[in-house]
Design a protein around this ligand. Structure first.
Ligand SMILES: [Zn+2]
Length: 277
């Protein structure tokens, strides 16, 4: 079984190892395009870059996943329903690479209609975000999404960052992905090129992830990612029950859900962080 494509680029000088992942969600293909564009022409001076295009089967079908959400499968001990699925096996192909890497960068796109790019980060690694031309930084995903690639790495003591490049409906997200990859590689010395620094950030912490435990969830309307709730703060309905947030809550990834016990939306709050320059 082989559901990933791996391209390794090794520099003349020894150094760190970075894994750049894309296609973990098969319909989010900007990162895949970026890897295809960069992996042939990029010159590595130091260390090792491992580009991984994940979940080839889902990419081929332009679907988020085939059997299980791959970004919930990166677990040392996978539960029964994951272990024998395509994505369970795919995660086991990828995890050895993630464990050996000094840095991991995972590229995603949002399925919301309107979505500005943002970074998914661990509270310990916020300084790494300075190499990204993206101002929004979110932390605190690990306890809610332990099976995500970045959570898996960060919980194992590594350094991982996820990037949401914008909506899947936007055609130009791959240019941002290429800019991010090149600047990040420059920042950590993989390439002899001066990195640009982007210290103007706003930080958010995941406050809660709402899951539908009793019934299917239907959103009231389309919400933008990072939309601030106001007025009656109604988000949707779980069965007959109205689901509300609090005034001022920042909401993202609001989705209709038929299956039970699935993430329906994420609530964020603002966080004060000062980056060291
Ligand atoms: Zn994704």
């Amino acid at each position: 079984m082989n559901n990933i494509k791996v391209i390794e680029k090794v520099g003349k000088l020894s150094g760190s190892t970075i894994v750049v992942l894309a296609g973990v969600h098969g319909n989010e293909q900007a990162g895949v395009v970026a890897i295809n564009n960069l992996s042939t022409k990029l010159k590595v001076d130091k260390g090792k870059i491992i580009f991984i295009v994940a979940n080839l089967k889902a990419i081929e079908n332009n679907k988020r996943f085939i059997e299980n959400d791959l970004n919930r499968c990166f677990l040392d001990e996978q539960p029964e329903d994951i272990i024998n699925s395509l994505e369970g096996r795919t995660a086991r192909e990828i995890m050895p690479f993630l464990k050996k890497a000094d840095f991991v960068l995972d590229l995603h796109q949002s399925n919301s209609l309107n979505s500005k790019p943002f970074i998914i980060c661990n509270g310990k690694n916020v300084d790494l975000t300075k190499f990204f031309p993206i101002s929004r930084v979110t932390v605190g995903w690990e306890s809610f999404y332990p099976g995500a690639s970045d959570s898996f790495v960060n919980l194992n003591g590594g350094k991982a960052l996820g990037v949401e490049l914008g909506s899947v409906n936007e055609k130009d997200c791959h240019s941002l992905a290429e800019q991010i990859i090149v600047n990040f590689l420059s920042g950590f010395g993989f390439m002899q090129r001066k990195a640009e620094i982007f210290n103007d950030k706003e930080f958010f912490k995941v406050k809660n992830v709402y899951k539908n435990m009793k019934s299917s969830f239907v959103k009231l309307r389309d919400f933008d990612d990072f939309e601030v709730l106001s007025g009656d703060c109604i988000i949707g309905k779980e069965g007959e029950d109205i689901v509300k947030g609090d005034n001022g809550d920042i909401i993202t990834f609001v989705r209709d859900r038929d299956k039970l016990n699935i993430e329906c939306f994420v609530i964020l709050s603002r966080l004060d962080v000062t980056l060291s320059s």
